[in-house]
Design a protein around this ligand. Structure first.
Ligand code: ADP
Length: 455
């Protein structure tokens, strides 16, 4: 088989089909949870017609993580008959997936089946809308979402009955080279596989908990980065699974362990490539635009939290002394604050949002951050004083502590309603309420262990 890698044009795919190198194309859209959802096409059928469009049930953007079609969405329902959406392959995302034999992947936009307009609550459309707003201002957003996750000794199948997973390492492996050498069968395959799939990995590293690692991808425009983020998550699971390990992107898999984050680095550039966040004349090299953007993130921090922490479990990550923040304050290179300025006094000056967990949907998270930042720019919001010291114990704006608190802030957000549209906000409010009501209905392991004998 020929060694192939990278992005593909349709012509290149045809060539690889004719010599038998590629026989399968995955066409996937992104669901509300940020997962790849779609179909595997035989190459002949893909090249014949599916490259232009295919379709999928519209419940894909109205289910919970277990694929339960909850009632109450305006966009689709049992009474509307759960019809189809059009899945339109974005050929600019077509690429080889080297860790799956003979396979290519293309990501799809989700369109209305009848009039082919974008489905407004589909995550790629939500982000595209904010990117388009920026474009009218001649601005390009560059993002990087670092991804942390845990790797376990067992397979998913061995853990399916609720057995306690064993982290792949026995100790905190933050920056450790020796411990991570022991995990190279997964991480080397992941770095090289992703690079060959046109996802430019900068590095992987051990993280600050037993079994925890991180993958960093080179920053890119917001849509490319969100696509990369989704592919990284899927790749980590597939490559770990191929080697007999389970990987989790739960924000907090155990109350005894630190959680997993997805820190989001953000900077704005002109369409011509000038760094709009940089101003050599400022003490930190922060331009007025950067200050207004950051002020917007802080002013709307509670409203956007749901998109950074979308699950009941996400809120368990916000714990003192774990490097996950509890306060929406800003600082210069201080990892206790929710919003950290990095690269001060350089052209790479940027803001890192540390609020998000590894369970976030990158399209929605980027879109919410950009909307908040844009509002700050539009209103020339002044930036409050920088936080100094340990933000866990200091005074400052709290991050909502529960999913219902974040949901209430989302519901009441005039800023997000103006940026995303009422229907989109209401759709995600409903998703959040469903998640919470499911949690409330279930008896947890903790309640069972605590009360079964002793109550
Ligand atoms: P940290 O110390 O937080 O790990 P790094 O220097 O490793 O920071 O960079 C983290 C991420 O920030 C990387 O994915 C990198 O590509 C990205 N990054 C670098 N410069 C920028 C920028 N100007 N805008 C957005 N992201 C950037």
């Amino acid at each position: 088989m020929t060694e192939i890698s990278g992005k593909l044009t349709l012509d290149a795919l045809k060539q690889l089909a004719s010599d038998g190198t590629i026989d399968t194309v995955i066409a996937a859209c992104i669901d509300m949870q940020g997962r790849l959802m779609g179909k595997r096409f035989h190459i002949n059928f893909f090249l014949d017609s599916a490259w232009e469009e295919t379709h999928g049930c519209n419940y894909l953007l109205a289910t919970d993580i277990e694929m339960f079609p909850a009632d109450g969405y305006k966009a689709t329902s049992w009474s509307a008959g759960y019809g189809d959406y059009t899945m339109k392959p974005d050929i600019s995302t077509l690429r080889v997936i080297p860790w799956l034999e003979g396979t290519a992947l293309v990501l799809c936009d989700v369109l209305d089946h009848h009039d082919h307009t974008p489905v407004p609550h589909s995550p790629r459309a939500v982000l595209r809308k904010q990117i388009a707003r920026l474009e009218t201002m001649n601005i390009r957003a560059m993002m990087a979402s670092e991804l942390e996750f845990f790797l376990f000794r067992e397979t998913y199948e061995e853990l399916a009955d609720g057995a306690r997973p064993t982290p792949i390492s026995a100790y905190n492996e933050d920056y450790h080279i020796f411990q991570t050498t022991k995990e190279e069968s997964v991480y080397r395959a992941l770095r090289n596989g992703l690079n060959a799939a046109a996802v430019p990995v900068e590095n992987s590293k051990g993280e600050a908990e037993a079994g925890q690692g991180e993958i960093n991808i080179r920053y890119a425009d917001a849509l490319t980065m969100a696509d990369s983020h989704s592919i990284v998550k899927n790749a980590a699971k597939e490559i770990a699974w191929q080697r007999g390990h389970a990987a989790t992107f739960m924000a907090k898999w155990s109350h005894e362990r630190a959680g997993s984050s997805s820190h989001i680095h953000q900077s704005l550039w002109s369409s011509e490539g000038a760094p709009l966040f940089y101003d050599a004349g400022d003490a930190r090299g922060m331009s007025p635009m950067m200050r207004h953007y950051l002020a917007g993130l802080l002013a709307h921090a509670s409203e956007i939290t749901f998109f950074l922490a979308p699950n009941v479990n996400s809120y368990k990550r916000f714990a003192r002394g774990t490097f996950a923040p509890t306060k929406a304050v800003w600082s210069d290179d201080n990892r206790t604050a929710g919003y950290r300025v990095c690269g001060a006094n350089t052209e790479a000056v940027r803001v890192e949002c540390r609020v998000g967990g590894s369970d976030l949907n990158p399209y929605l998270a980027f879109a919410a951050l950009l909307a908040a930042g844009m509002r700050g720019i539009e209103e020339s919001l002044p930036l409050e004083d920088m936080f100094r010291g340990d933000a866990y114990s200091g005074e400052g704006r709290e991050i909502p502590k529960t999913l219902p608190a974040a949901t209430a802030a989302l519901r009441d957000s005039e800023m997000l309603r103006a940026a995303f549209g009422d229907d989109v906000v209401n759709h995600y409010v409903h998703a959040a309420e469903w998640e919470q009501s499911e949690f409330e209905r279930h008896v947890t392991d903790w309640e069972f262990r605590r009360n079964f004998e002793r109550s």
